[in-house]
Design a protein around this ligand. Structure first.
Ligand SMILES: Cc1cc2nc3c(=O)[nH]c(=O)nc-3n(C[C@H](O)[C@H](O)[C@H](O)COP(=O)(O)O)c2cc1C
Ligand code: SF4
Length: 433
């Protein structure tokens, strides 16, 4: 970490960093020009595959591999969608990238479009991000005015336009197939996979959905090469610069860019200044609210990359790190989380729709001091019925259409299993005694 210089957030806070003029004098659009004029689609895919870039939206799926699933000989149009929904609680990194450097994200989209032969791309942005949507519109206009978007971009014969689509404020529209439905003008209901979007996505055509941060990495990979990227970070399998969002009981909450695989304790105690009021750490939610909580004793030496956090029994997810100190009431946190998910369930699958509601009801009983001893096992049974084992990179293996079911089942399970004693304190018989 010592000699690491920010890459994705290098220009954050610089006056005018969101403008095209600023971007152009800082190597802006050189990588896109190179990809359009000097590289074949296959070459772009290969360098991204070789770089080892993993999607930053949550699943950590290798980006180049995902692109290679797009059928090259399909006569249907191919689409790229930039997922700027950023709906996972505890996550606020994509917003920062758009706010301070929208052209970096757009340049990444041009490179990805070249890779998959896409000529119309979308930015699906969370409805609440009004300022960011306007910034993107302005940046796109600047590109069109300078022949970086539209017919024959950069003087080539490659056509590309990018449109901004504002969401209507549903968490589930961050899930790629819910997002695609919403973009098509329908209710944001996730689709059963397969078929995967690469085969049948937007308007039943081959589609790639990539996260904002994933796309922002691309200009740097094209300019500096795959080996440069692979050399960043602690793990050869999960390399690159990474944005970590720190919130909760830390002295300096915020977004921190660090090499992938930085230790969680370094993020908390050095970059984020340690625990507020120098209290003791109780637990950490490492990858947004859908990742299982880790206790203070489980984070010692934990490297913050996809395989390491998975091996620790949780997920790096969206890298939304929520730090909880010794004063935190874990029953209240768990209830709050379940309530959020019950509200955001799209309602298509019975286990998710009913299960999240039951969990909320049972957990509410606890918060009101009315918990029953048998409720603890009941909670585990309900979580089991919502979702089984899951690998987020492949989709849901469980009992629901999308991984949302597991996104609530897993964390709730972890709270009850790891902080059972705190739930016991809320039992009705203890209250009576
Ligand atoms: C319930 C749910 C919510 C999601 N929300 C987001 C989101 O807000 N932003 C995002 O980029 N990915 C989100 N994802 C992951 C996307 O489905 C998809 O995997 C990702 O956008 C792919 O981009 P990547 O390969 O660049 O990571 C969500 C997934 C699930 C299951
Ligand atoms: S798991 Fe939940 S959010 Fe996902 S499709 Fe089913 S009901 Fe909707």
């Amino acid at each position: 970490m010592n000699d690491f210089q920010p890459i994705l957030t290098k220009h954050v806070g610089q006056p005018g960093s969101a403008t095209l003029d600023y971007y152009l004098i800082h190597e802006g659009y050189q990588a896109a020009r190179q990809a359009i004029h000097e590289m074949t689609s296959d070459a772009v895919i290969q360098v991204v595959k070789d770089s080892g870039l993993q999607g930053r939206g949550g699943a950590g799926f290798p980006t180049g591999v995902k692109w290679s699933f797009i059928p090259r000989n399909s006569r249907k149009p191919k689409y790229l969608i930039n997922n700027a929904d950023e709906s996972e609680p505890g996550t606020f990194k994509d917003r920062l990238l758009i706010n301070h450097n929208p052209h970096q994200v757009i340049e990444g989209m041009i490179i990805a479009s070249k890779a998959i032969d896409c000529h119309l791309a979308f930015i699906y942005i969370r409805g609440e991000f009004v300022k960011e949507a306007r910034l993107l519109e302005t940046a796109l206009e600047e590109c069109r005015a300078n022949h970086m978007l539209g017919k024959g971009i950069f003087g080539s014969n490659f056509d590309l336009d990018i449109l901004v689509h504002r969401g209507a404020g549903a968490y589930i529209c961050g899930e790629e197939t819910g997002l695609i439905e919403s973009l098509e003008g329908k209710r944001g209901w996730p689709r059963i996979k397969p078929p995967f979007p690469a085969i049948e996505g937007y308007l039943k055509s081959p589609t790639v959905v990539n996260n904002v941060e994933t796309l922002a990495n691309l200009p740097h990979i094209i300019l500096n090469g795959a080996d440069w990227f692979r050399a960043i970070g602690a793990s050869h399998d999960s390399p690159g610069p990474k944005l970590y969002c720190l919130s909760g009981h830390v002295k300096k909450p915020g977004v921190y860019e660090a090499p992938s695989g930085i230790e969680l304790t370094e993020l908390i105690y050095e970059l984020a200044g340690g625990i507020k009021d120098d209290r003791r750490l109780k637990a950490v939610i490492p990858g947004g609210s859908s990742s299982p909580v880790l206790t203070a004793s489980e984070i010692d030496g934990l490297k913050m990359d996809y395989p390491s956090v998975k091996a620790a029994g949780s997920m790096l997810g969206s890298a939304g790190i929520m730090v909880l100190d010794e004063t935190t009431d874990m029953v209240q946190v768990c209830y709050n989380l379940a309530r959020f998910y019950a509200h955001e369930s799209c309602g298509q699958c019975t286990p998710c729709r009913e299960g999240t509601t039951w969990l909320t009801k049972i957990l509410r009983r606890f918060t009101q001091g009315q918990g029953r001893r048998e409720d603890l096992d009941l909670i585990l049974e309900v979580t089991d019925n919502i979702g089984g084992l899951i690998d987020f990179s492949l989709g849901s293996y469980g009992k629901t259409i999308c991984p949302f079911g597991e996104a609530v089942a897993w964390p709730v399970r972890a709270f009850v299993q790891k902080f059972r004693n705190e739930f016991m304190d809320y039992l009705v018989e203890d209250a009576v005694a």
